[in-house]
Ligand binder design. Structure first.
Ligand SMILES: Nc1ncnc2c1ncn2[C@@H]1O[C@H](COP(=O)(O)OP(=O)(O)OP(=O)(O)O)[C@@H](O)[C@H]1O
Ligand SMILES: [Mg+2]
Length: 344
């Protein structure tokens, strides 16, 4: 329960005697103040009803934040946990598309917005649901945008949740700051990076940003680490070979050596950018490394078709990678629970 001394008295339903003395401007102000109070009350309730809240950030755009945020949500929900996903990207919200729930009409009751329900029961709120035309860019300048985010957070009826994940637009620090101020008891941030130096440089900035606003870095996810190729080595009659060493031709004539399994199957990993950079950056900055995700064209197809990789291939490499990542993430969150909030 909320212990702030908040009155539930609604000035708009005030008696006639008072109405006579209140001019319309004052009435509007009172109404606004009342709305704000109710919103604050809901935010406090939200802080209590949600066990863990964390943000997914990256310094650089397009590194896979939304792919990771949706993947984390689905992987946690697959474990039977109650998960909410808040897409704060006002200018380019794409979470609903990735989860195949685009165009959902949100239910609004008693001034509260009820989230859409995605795969595995993930509750989703995105600006995309509020836009008339999702293809038309929204241009909201600073304070209006941040005000909308605050309002947005305070008006959602999430119910009880184990995890609330917040996906952000790239770059700017205004939105994470607003969310941190609006939502007390944030557990921390998950940082997504790709392995190139330029992305790593930006992810170091994100780590420092989290430190500046006193939020723990729950870990780094390295996205698009390598590309797996696999096949079966066969003899001229098409019969699988036994254990042999083979050369696989990679891009630009690069030759990669592979050793097949007893039934001729082979897998090689191509480093598209380079690999391990995210892990190195995490170690260097003394923050946990949560794991890596391979480059997988299925993510792109999934993003377009609205069937996330975890949903289309629940036993695949990407789903397994997400399972490892969320297991480590839960470990970090639970150890923080034991120790109280860790400020790095
Ligand atoms: N591991 C991956 N393998 C292949 N494609 C991927 C992978 N991760 C993300 N992508 C693709 O890269 C593109 C960008 O991903 P995504 O939208 O998740 O990035 P973002 O960081 O949220 O972008 P923005 O900064 O614009 O919000 C998408 O088309 C997505 O499908
Ligand atoms: Mg995104």
């Amino acid at each position: 329960m909320v212990d702030a001394p908040v009155s539930t008295h609604n000035p708009s339903k005030d008696g006639d005697a008072n109405d006579a003395q209140v001019n319309p401007e004052q009435k509007a102000q009172m109404e606004q103040a009342y709305q704000q109070m109710r919103r604050k009350m809901r935010m406090a309730q939200l802080a209590e009803g949600v066990r863990h809240k964390f943000m997914v950030l990256s310094g650089k755009g397009g590194v896979g934040k939304s792919t990771v945020a949706t993947g984390l949500a689905l992987a946690l929900a697959r474990m039977g946990l109650k998960v909410g996903l808040l897409d704060i990207d006002i200018t380019g919200p794409n979470v609903p598309k990735m989860l195949g729930i685009e165009g959902t009409q949100l239910h609004v009751e008693d001034g509260q917005i009820y989230p859409a329900i995605g795969p595995h029961g993930v509750k989703v709120i995105s600006m995309a649901f509020l836009l008339e035309d999702p293809d038309k860019p929204v241009i909201w300048r600073g304070p209006i945008k941040l005000g909308a985010i605050q309002q947005f957070i305070g008006d959602v009826a999430w119910g009880e949740l184990d995890h609330l994940i917040i996906d952000f637009p790239p770059g700017t620090s205004d939105e994470p700051l607003t969310v941190t101020q609006s939502l007390p008891d944030m557990d921390g941030v998950v940082i997504v990076t790709t392995p190139q130096d330029v992305a790593l440089l930006d992810s170091r900035k994100s780590i420092n940003f989290a430190k500046t606003i006193n939020l723990p870095v729950l870990g780094v996810v390295e996205n698009m680490r390598g590309y797996s190729l696999s096949g079966t080595a066969r003899d001229s009659n098409g019969k699988p070979l036994g254990k042999v060493s083979i050369d696989v031709s990679g891009p630009s004539g690069q030759v990669i050596e592979a050793v097949t399994s007893d039934d001729g199957e082979w897998t090689v990993n191509l480093d598209l950018f380079k690999s391990g950079g995210g892990e190195e950056a995490a170690a260097e900055m003394d923050v946990p490394f949560l794991g890596s995700l391979p480059f997988d064209p299925g993510f792109v197809r999934g993003g377009d078709d609205g069937v996330h990789r975890i949903v289309s291939d629940p036993e695949g490499v990407a789903a397994a990678a997400f399972e490892t990542i969320v297991t480590r993430l839960i470990d970090t969150l639970e150890s923080d629970d034991d120790e109280g909030v860790t400020i790095i």
